[in-house]
Design a binder for this molecule. Structure first.
Ligand code: GLV
Length: 475
């Protein structure tokens, strides 16, 4: 009956019984009578209930959390400074950090109208899994800094929303603990991988085997981190893991950190970190070791700066899981990754945390799509293309898919929602983004992902994307 009183008071301001008289033909009249007596038939899932948050500003006034910016502002008010700064960080002068959302905004949509969109669904399939929408949780590190339930809460919320979660190597819950945290083992989980150098290469190998054994269904190989980017806030803050938290995939989770049932890890993992030059202090992100950012110290000790596409072939000797190469911004790199055996790539500038001045992901997307989806004759089979970097709205998801991506990765907003609302916060964020995506599709005349109208996106230079030539060597 809510809809009845809404129409009554806001729209028609007429006595209810008169409304049918103003409505066209008799079939339409009957529909209105049915709506007034029984309510509108549910042609779409109800939008998620908004999450309400009372900030610790003394006002006592609750705020509705409706979008990523709301979550970020609220998270800033609850997180310790050094944790907030670490999650929010961009490299150097943060020009790429600012450019990511600006480039997305500069891409415009040309909606189709009079397209039947009543049954629109944002659902899709990706690497053999069904997704509620083309949205994947990006790998972000150390989620227990945001909330005591950390990665486990994100995994549960993602599984309930029908979206895959990518777990970071740098997690504060072990990969086994995260898998065990989801009731009934549901949900789709991918594992993000750093390839470590020297004796620590054995740690990488162990992580691959453990991820496969724990039911992770894809590996996301980070390719853009031979060294960590220069994040000056972390240096100023002397960023390190807060006491009691550890990088659970390396050192074993000491109780009570891993109450979710994660397996204790063996001495080989610990030995890998120690042999690489830091031992426990490094894996604990002890900034005093480095006199600056504990993450930078970890990277200096562990990351393999000499990786080439050979490491894709090496990983394929260890696992049959599909390998997605993350951090690709060029078509030639994408083609090389595919030729080396990758199943796809993630177009990414690492959330603007690595090379400042790097191009935005949305600018790089079309060239990479061309290389990955339309390989030369005799080349590797076509693969999947994901993209991240400032994607915050349903309209951003729509732009990405109209430009050829299969899905978008969502990073920082998940951390902000986790910090503010734990699992319920992440669930609310994901629910509203799925709803926004569906709404954006309907407003643009896109009933499903295989029916995106040609010419939907206008590039920042004014050309219609579908009409602007792109080849694997250019944009
Ligand atoms: C870790 O990958 C980071 O970017 O901080």
């Amino acid at each position: 009956m809510r809809i009845v009183s809404k129409y009554y008071t806001c729209v028609f301001s007429l006595p209810l019984f008169l409304i049918p008289l103003f409505v066209g033909n008799s079939a339409e009249r009957q529909r209105w009578v049915a709506i007034m007596t029984q309510g509108e038939p549910p042609s779409r899932p109800p939008p998620p209930a908004p999450f309400s948050f009372t900030p610790p500003d003394g006002s006592g006034l609750p705020r509705l959390m409706l979008n990523a910016a709301d979550w970020q502002a609220a998270a800033e008010s609850v997180l310790p400074r050094s944790v907030y700064d670490y999650y929010a960080a961009g490299a150097d002068d943060r020009t790429t950090l600012a450019a990511n959302p600006a480039a997305l905004a500069a891409h415009r949509l040309r909606p189709r109208v009079l397209v039947p969109v009543g049954g629109t669904s944002p659902a899709t399939t990706l690497l053999g899994s069904s997704l509620a929408a083309p949205i994947v949780i990006a790998p972000t590190a150390m989620q227990r800094m945001a909330h005591p339930e950390g990665e486990a809460a994100v995994a549960r919320a993602a599984a309930a929303a029908g979206l895959p979660m990518t777990l970071s190597t740098m997690a504060t819950t072990s990969l086994e603990g995260v898998a065990a945290a989801v009731p009934g083992g549901g949900g789709v989980r991918w594992f993000q991988l750093y390839v470590f150098r020297g004796p620590a290469r054995a740690t990488t190998e162990a992580l691959v085997r453990r991820a496969e054994a724990a039911g992770y269904t894809a590996l996301v190989l980070t390719a853009d981190a031979p060294v960590y980017g220069n994040r000056e806030a972390d240096v100023r803050n002397g960023f390190s893991l807060p006491p009691g938290l550890r990088l659970a995939n390396f050192m074993g989770d000491a109780p009570p950190q891993d109450e979710e049932g994660g397996a204790e890890q063996g001495a080989d993992e610990e030995g890998g970190a120690a042999a690489a030059g830091g031992g426990g202090a490094i894996a604990d992100m002890d900034a005093s070791v480095a006199g600056g950012s504990g993450l930078a110290a970890f990277g200096d000790a562990m990351l393999d700066a000499d990786l080439s596409t050979d490491c894709i072939a090496w990983l394929r000797t260890l696992t049959s899981l599909p390998i997605l190469v993350k951090g690709v911004l060029r078509a030639d790199d994408a083609a090389a990754a595919m030729a080396a055996g990758a199943a796809g790539v993630v177009v990414s500038n690492h959330g603007a945390r690595q090379l400042d001045g790097a191009v935005t992901s949305v600018m790089a997307l079309r060239g990479v799509v061309e290389a990955v989806k339309r390989p030369p004759p005799g080349g590797p089979p076509p693969g999947v293309v994901l993209v991240d970097g400032g994607f915050r709205r349903g309209t951003d998801v729509l732009k990405a898919l109209a430009l050829g991506a299969d899905a978008v990765l969502l990073g920082r907003p998940v951390l902000w929602a986790l910090a503010v609302g734990g699992q319920a916060g992440v669930a609310a964020l994901l629910g509203s983004l799925i709803d926004e995506t569906r709404r954006a599709m309907m407003l643009a005349g896109v009933p499903s992902w295989d029916r995106i109208p040609p010419g939907l996106v206008v590039l920042p230079d004014g050309r219609i994307a579908d009409d602007a030539p792109v080849d694997a060597s250019g944009w």
